[in-house]
Unconditional design. Sequence first.
Lengths: 327, 518
Amino acid sequence: MKELLKQKEISILAIILLIGAVLSFVSPVFLTVGNFLDIIEGNVVLGILAIGMTLIIITSDIDVSVAAVTTAVAVSIGYLFTYLPDSWISVLLLFLIAPVIGLVMGLVNGLLVSIIEIPAIVVTLGTLNIIAGIVLYITNGNYINSTSFPTSFMEFANYELLGIPILIYLLAIVAIGTWYILKHTLIGRSVLAIGGNTQSSVRVGIDYKKVKLFVFAYMGVLAGIAAIAQTAYTKAVDPNGMLGLELTVIAAVVLGGANIHGGRGSVHGTLLGVLLLAIMQNGMILARIDTYWQNVVTGAIIVIAVSYDHISYKRSQDKLAKIEVEA
Amino acid sequence: MSDYILQMKNISKTFPGVKALDNVELEVKKGEVHALIGENGAGKSTLIKILAGIHKPDPGAKFYFEGEEAKINKPIDATLKGVSIIYQDLSLFPNLSVAENIYIGQDSNKKPWKKINWKNIKKTAERALEELEVDIDPNTTVERLSIAQQQLVEIARALAFEAKLIVMDEPTSALSSSEVEKLYKVVDKLSSRGISIIFISHKLKELFRVSDRFTVLRDGKYVGSYQTEEIDEAKLINLMVGRDVSYEKNEKEVETGEIIFQVSNFSKQGNFKDISFSLKKGEVLGITGLVGSGRTELAQAIFGVNKPDSGELKIYGNYVQIRSSADAVKKGVAYIPEARQTQGLVLEQSIINNISLPILNRMRNKLKLIDRKSEVQLAEQYIKSLDVRPALPDLPASKLSGGNQQKVVIGKWLSAQPKILIIDEPTNGIDIGAKTEIHKLLRRLANDGIGVIMISSELPEILAVSDRVLVMRHGRISGELGIKEATQEKIMSYALNSGKKDDSSDVLHESNQVSQGV
């Protein structure tokens, strides 16, 4: 039990419960199943992307191109709709094509980071601009709305199973799949290992370049899936709709207890981080607080969380005496 | 079948500009504890990294495992031959559990999507820990363990790999004396089970305690392999330091003036204790000791980056308090760190910009902007007086040779007109010719009235440059020698033991007492 309480995830859960308790007093709507399903469905895209980002942050890298990649895939989906016949097979096909498009872009990031060894922030800032530029060139910034969507896709988007929207199942599948990879496969353990100590991983024979390539490629695949979710949720393709989303994604991961220095992070933690951001957003809307404040509060929480992490890291380092001085 | 678990022959390693190993050999018998001995920079770590497959040796190197020739190109090759290496800084994953740390690497040949068998991981770990008879919970994360426990986890990993040869690189450097005793017992147990061990250390009593045989390296060359019982401490020190190439010893009696710098009772928890010494005008004070004896920490404390818990400083007879490195510069203390390239220079910037860096605020014109003309003038002055080659002020520092980079670093600090110059390993990684130049330069600075404190692991360098030598050991000053009486052997015995030298059994006895007293 003590071990459990020490975990960061527990403190995030406590904060969520606290905010939830406050909000249920402020607004009677907050504590309803409908509101909860709305909150989750509205944050499926954030959740899927944050899960992918978790792996990258565990390896102590970062990917700021996620929103651009997702947008690019979403735009591709919009164009595909004009070529694909209107049937459920097309929807299935979409789940094949969209991840592959994302994968290609993820691989570009991954190759530059792992093989040429350019810092990930530089690589992904570059690809962010390249991709965003191309998207604007192709679309002219124009938005594709649902009138040109095939009905099969609209049916998929509105489908509910046991009263729960399909997109929530999609998030659950991604979450469980990634948890399985992280916990039960060799590559997943390697992700944690290189994040814990890259030098040690070289010494025990882990090919850290492959692992880095994997996390960026996987991020690409999830961006492809997130693009489908985004298109289904907004029932439109907006080339500017996800501007700046990468920062919220990174925020959710860091809030979820992942360490920016690498080595620590979990799928369930990240989901709690997403939930915390989502509830704050929802709460502020219900409490009719100006939405601009949301950014301020989110930013402040991130800075506090990361500072706390870093200070406790430094303290633990200081405790290690360097030399055994003779008495 | 061969008697030897490992034979390495014709091992040479050339790094850009430095020959780290020159035709070295190492032979380890089955089940023996083989000590690998040498001063700092003798090539022990390089040799081990070659064995580990991390460094590639120069062509011509040969490896034999149990008499059969083998190739070692990458870490996994060594692992498959039954070699496990426990590095001084350990190769653990602090964020993973003990069990995972023990098991990790066993699957590295398998497909990345392979499902992990957690039961098997736990079982392997438990078995290895049991074999070592240690009580560590395999489910805790490694970051919660003490260094001694972490080391045991590494040894357990080696056992789980069914290692036939375990290399321990200075395993006792971070352990308390009771933990050291436990480690010896583990080593004894492993060797009684037929596992060979290469034990790297520079603590002499330790080698006499654990090893059956040992190999000595000196300046990257093979000196010889000996049975431990054949040799005594005095002979061993001689093997370690007896050099063929050396600089001329500084024999000149210099005229020293007033005391310009005085350190009294400097102490810092876990770094050094009760350090007092003084420096006279015109004198070069050499500070030596093994890596980890607290030399660098002391220098950084004087310079204000590693604040001491207690102690006082006097410059020209006045008490001063140094609060930060900027404060130190203001009060006339300059410190040139060991890592010249990372801490001493802005590599991509020109020689001019590097030299003027510490005194940019004095380079400003009336408009408070930096005056380029005086910057260039300053740089040219130092390029000339220090003989930096090529003498191109606009050249980026990265384009200079190691020796000339060091001259620029020295020039940079001289521009701040220090009263006291502390220089850490001044000729580390510099070729021989340039070393002598730097040595002459340091002497000249002392003659010009700057107090020079030179920290160095290279004994010939200490003897060539210093007027007085302080030897540190375990965070304390263990000896002080005037240059006339100083020899490599005397310095080494102060660095290794707490003082007495002639009778080796006496020294051993004494150091045993010391360690028991801790």
